[in-house]
Design a protein around this ligand. Structure first.
Ligand code: HEM
Length: 492
């Protein structure tokens, strides 16, 4: 059993505070980009197309990157203060590289107007781009830097856990599948972190290979690569990154919720089977992004639909039952932390359900590239991952005795949740009305219904986004107070 001394915990606390404050600063700025996009689509403001798409690119890449980084950092903190010693210097190196990559992306998009969208659909960045070639190079290099940082960070956590718990098969819980009880309990966070970070490692390697090909073509324009291979690699990278961000959050839900309910949350055979299913199928689920690519082999399309179901349903189901078992008739005091955990799990389920609907081939034929797509992934990111992160941040800044929010911050929390669901509802309604995604404005669609409905929904959505921002800022006082308070014992 690893022994932790107070100095180690203090150093971990400083590192996680650095990550947390960076997150709290960047998150609302990225929301503002989303607000500007919705205001432009709602014809409240007018920005030119080059600017709109540069905002969309930075917003998409920025949100996915910031959320994953924060989720990884939270796992690093909890693992490193509870289960196994981790290298804090490496934690700072990851932070530095992610900051360098983020600055590069901000320069490429906000100054250079790089606007290829988060997935830079190959070979579009090299054909008739409206932005200068140097911005493409800068964006590619920035993403490579961030990818390398995440790769190192994930490898370190998995390697350290694997040494502590006697190898990889133990880390994925196989010792629970035999007749005898395991010799050493595996904490759920160790299992879920492994099941998230190992596919992440594969995705970062695939992403690096793809980005190096982009870079080679940027440096030598006579080169060209297979567009279908590039698209497969890009979606394996992007889809997996977003998916595992959610699972990291679920990992600390299993760890922290029991402190509020007073009930243990241990692994058993069923949980291990469910998370192993996720582990296997998660790497194939991204195929559902390529349903419209008729050159993709049909077998992979069918595999995509099945893997989407099998990777999402078992882990979600065991976690839902776990949360119910934790909460049912428990004496939990409904402060902000358990509330954010419960709502975060609900957001995961709602967004996940909408995603599974969209991953069904016959339905995808209708919903593909409509606003239904941003609707579902914004639900599980904004009302899933972000709520789990807020629960973690409040936990980090609190002690057992002071876990309640001030009435102002409590009001801010509910305003944030109400505003977010209002904003999401407009995306869902847009999807049901076949409003296309990634349109900077709807007048140029040439279809009166698309224009009138799309612009109206966007205008209403912008009002809800304003509530999200006000709610968030109202919570900030309590959050910063907690996080920056001196001499506070690090969370248990
Ligand atoms: C209140 C908060 C947010 C607002 C107002 C917002 C707004 C938007 C808008 C308007 C779009 C363009 C939709 C379209 O017409 O296609 C968009 C796209 C996107 N958003 Fe958000 N968003 C928010 C939160 C998030 C979060 C938490 C994430 C986390 C991953 C995220 C990731 C993305 C991504 C990946 C795209 C797609 C970009 C692309 O297609 O290249 N957003 N968002």
């Amino acid at each position: 059993m690893t022994a932790f001394n107070p100095e180690d915990r203090g150093r971990h606390k400083k590192l996680i505070l650095t990550w947390s404050i960076t997150f709290l600063v960047l998150f609302p700025l990225l929301i503002v980009l989303g607000l500007l996009m919705r205001m432009n689509q709602g014809e409240v403001i007018k920005v030119d197309n080059a600017t709109f798409y540069s905002y969309m690119t930075l917003h998409g890449l920025g949100m996915a990157g910031v959320l994953f980084s924060m989720a990884w950092a939270a796992v690093f903190y909890l693992v490193g203060t509870r289960y196994v010693k981790l290298n804090i210097g490496l934690g700072y190196a990851v932070f530095l590289l992610v900051v360098i990559g983020s600055v590069g992306l901000a320069v490429a998009t906000l100054i250079g107007k790089f606007a290829a969208g988060w997935y830079m659909l190959y070979p579009l960045p090299f054909i008739g781009a409206t932005w200068k070639a140097w911005t493409t190079g800068l964006a590619i290099i920035s993403l490579i830097i961030m990818g390398v940082a995440w790769l190192i960070g994930c490898l370190h956590v998995v390697y350290a856990l694997s040494r502590e718990y006697g190898g990889f098969t133990n880390l994925i819980g196989w010792q629970y599948l035999g007749k005898k009880p395991p010799e050493k309990e595996l904490p759920p966070l160790a299992l879920i972190a492994t099941i998230s970070l190992v596919p992440g490692i594969l995705a970062f390697i695939a992403g690096a290979a793809m980005l190096v090909m982009y870079l080679l073509q940027h440096l030598e324009p006579s080169l060209s690569f297979d567009a279908l291979v590039q698209k497969n690699l890009m979606f394996f990278f992007g889809h997996t990154l977003v998916n595992i961000t959610m699972y990291c959050g679920v990992g600390w839900l299993y760890t922290l919720l029991p402190e509020f309910t007073g009930r243990e949350w241990k692994l058993n055979k069923l949980t291990v089977y469910a998370w192993n299913a996720t582990f296997f199928f998660i790497v194939f689920a991204y195929f559902h992004h390529l349903y419209m690519d008729f050159v993709q082999p049909t077998g992979l399309q069918i595999a995509g639909q099945l893997a989407s179901y099998f990777s999402a349903i078992p882990a979600t189901a065991v976690t839902m039952f776990g949360v119910i078992a934790q909460l049912y008739r428990s004496k939990v005091k409904w402060g902000v932390i358990p509330t954010a955990f419960l709502l975060g799990v609900a957001g995961w389920a709602i967004g996940g359900f909408a995603a599974v609907v969209d991953s069904t081939i016959s339905i995808n034929k209708v919903l593909h590239n409509t606003l239904w797509v941003p609707a579902h992934f914004h639900t599980y990111m904004l009302m899933g991952v972000v709520l789990l992160i807020l629960a973690f941040l409040y936990y980090l800044g609190s002690t057992e005795k002071n876990r309640d929010l001030s009435p102002k911050a409590g009001f801010g929390f509910w305003l944030f949740v109400a505003g977010a669901y209002g904003f999401l509802l407009m995306f869902y309604l847009g999807g049901m009305e076949s409003i296309p995604r990634r349109f900077s404005e709807y007048a140029s669609s040439g279809i009166a219904h698309t224009h009138d409905t799309g612009a109206l929904l966007a205008k209403v959505a912008a009002l809800f986004v304003a509530l999200v921002l006000i709610g968030l800022l109202m919570m900030y006082g309590a959050l910063f107070n907690g996080l920056l308070k001196k001499d506070q014992a690090p969370a248990k």
